[in-house]
Write a protein that binds this ligand. Sequence first.
Ligand SMILES: [Zn+2]
Length: 262
Amino acid sequence: MQISLKRSKAVVARIFLSVLLIATCLVGFALAADKYDVVYQISSLAGLEHGVFFPTTTVGELKKHGDFGVGAFEHMDGELILINGKAYNGMYDGSVVLMDDKAPITYGAVSFFKASKTTTLNNINSYEEMMKSIDALLPNINNFYAFKINAKFSYVKYRSTDKQDQPYPPLSQVIATQSIFEVKDVKGTFVGVRLPHFIKNVYAPGYHLHFITDDKKQGGHILEVKFDEAKVQIQYLSQMLIKMPTNEGAKKIDLAVPYQKK
Ligand SMILES: [Zn+2]
């Protein structure tokens, strides 16, 4: 009697452990599936407009939340191009530098890229035309999207911002001093996101795309484009996680107050 009771206890314990193991696997699977549904946002557009160019995170930390995306480095020192888990900086001189995990990031949006839809775009003659064509491919315009666009581009105009000193100027002044570059007949990739207009204080609404050549020598923030044919991969995202800066400089600015020219 004593023995059979012990045995049945052992059976119950085994069943319990099995159920626990299966439940753990299911939760793990759900979390793994979810990671492809999240856009991870760093700081805010309202902050940039006020000149909040402090470090919010680092490249190393950012990689825990995505392997693909766009953004800006501390002091607005260049344009972040995160692709295949590698963080490049589109510098003020138009060149590209691979950044290490310690590099500080001030702003951006990244995801773990996995295409939800792959298609081809043909005969695009402007950035405006490209945006309209991609809009027509989206299931709805209120959600978040990431894009990887590969082509031999017949024309790309891109820009980069220069390193700013403290006290930081507002974003409008930084853009007024941006450097602009043009390249023709170059193979490369567009990396970026489209975020909806209702979050306009959180992130620049609409498309935010950065460019990098296949040889990883040139790149920056895209202003204009032309191409005959491109492979377009779109990732559908329905969740957003926001990481705000916590350093002293950022704390002094009230983002509820719209930036006013002094
Ligand atoms: Zn940009």
